[in-house]
Design a binder for this molecule. Structure first.
Ligand SMILES: Cc1cc2nc3c(=O)[nH]c(=O)nc-3n(C[C@H](O)[C@H](O)[C@H](O)COP(=O)(O)O)c2cc1C
Length: 312
């Protein structure tokens, strides 16, 4: 049996890291909209072992979401057009946050229909129990879901600036892949004061039912997520990491530690897992275990040693 060196990091230490001053147990987050408010996954996941939970998008007023069919399975992924269904910020603050705040690191994903909405939401959420605010400027599934702010550099910078001035919490801006050059938006929001970026949100797609000749989804189009989008997401994280100085939370199709490692090597400081949680609700823990094993096998002392180490 091989002797364990006294310098071998203790279990857990290998994965400990930080993002915008927030201490993370692991660099693995749950992505917004795929993990409810975290508590729904408590039977499957040690919530404290996640870097954090990016909870379902919160808006100023409650939203019932889109009508009709809202999800469809696709090869290696899914389409969704949930339409930002959520109970609204007041209910989140009064009923949900008090329940979840001591159970996990809470990142609140917010979406507005105007620049001012983002300021109001960021201010209301500048409260105990919120670790950071993630600006969803990239929802492709509702007309007022923020995508206009995420596909225009000036608008994206305005939203970031207003949110930054309204809260003391770190502001993470979630970028849309539905643009020609994601680095332009990334640079604009970095200049406007973003503390970190998360990318990518879903890619716009659609499916048609050939029996009815109608779109499968009630909203006609939806957001594509899951394994199918991983190469696109990885490319965008890599391109963005080349040009910004702020940290990146990489996401898009992550289903294994191997996928997560690719994002870290491409320059992400942390990763988020979305659609894969639907297929296996404990997948984030498997990814954490396997990432730890990989680091140990490579003789690395901390996960941060992987970040941006892609050799080209
Ligand atoms: C059903 C569903 C709901 C989502 N809801 C939100 C949301 O409310 N806010 C947001 O910023 N992203 C939302 N997303 C996007 C995910 O957080 C993530 O960025 C995207 O799905 C890519 O990661 P994945 O391929 O691992 O799922 C949603 C995705 C899905 C599949």
């Amino acid at each position: 049996m091989s002797k364990i060196s006294v310098e071998t990091p203790a279990a857990g230490e290998l994965l400990q890291t930080e993002l915008c001053g927030i201490k993370l147990a692991t660099p693995i987050f749950a992505a917004s909209g795929t993990f409810g408010f975290g508590e729904e996954f408590a039977d499957f996941v040690d919530l404290k072992r996640l870097g954090g939970v990016m909870v379902k998008c919160t808006t100023l007023k409650p939203r019932r979401g889109n009508d009709g069919v809202r999800i469809a399975e696709t090869p290696s992924g899914m389409l969704n057009c949930i339409g930002l269904e959520n109970p609204g910020v007041e209910k989140f603050l009064s009923d949900i946050l008090p329940r979840i705040k001591d159970r996990m690191t809470v990142v609140v994903n917010i979406s507005g229909s105007s620049v001012e909405d983002y300021g109001t939401l960021a201010k209301m959420l500048d409260t105990d129990g919120v670790a950071a605010i993630e600006l969803n400027v990239s929802c492709p599934n509702v007309k007022d879901g923020g995508i206009i702010f995420g596909t225009d550099e000036t608008q994206a910078a305005k939203v970031t600036d207003v949110a930054k001035r309204s809260t003391s919490k770190p502001v993470i801006v979630k970028l849309s892949p539905n643009v020609t050059d994601i680095t332009k938006i990334a640079l604009a929001v970095e200049s406007a004061g973003a503390d970190a970026l998360s990318l990518i949100n879903t890619l716009m797609g659609m499916e048609i039912n050939i029996d009815t000749w109608r779109p499968t989804l009630g909203n006609v189009t939806g957001g594509l997520s899951g394994g199918a989008i991983k190469p696109v997401a990885l490319r965008m994280v890599w391109q963005t990491a080349q040009v910004v100085k702020i940290p990146i939370v990489g996401m898009g199709g992550i289903r294994s530690a191997r996928d997560a490692i690719e994002f870290l090597l491409a320059g992400a400081s942390a990763v988020a897992v979305g659609t894969a949680n639907f297929a296996d609700p404990s997948i984030t823990m498997t990814i954490a275990d396997d990432l730890e094993t990989y680091l140990r096998q490579r003789g690395l002392k901390n996960v941060s040693e992987l970040v941006g180490k892609l050799k080209t």
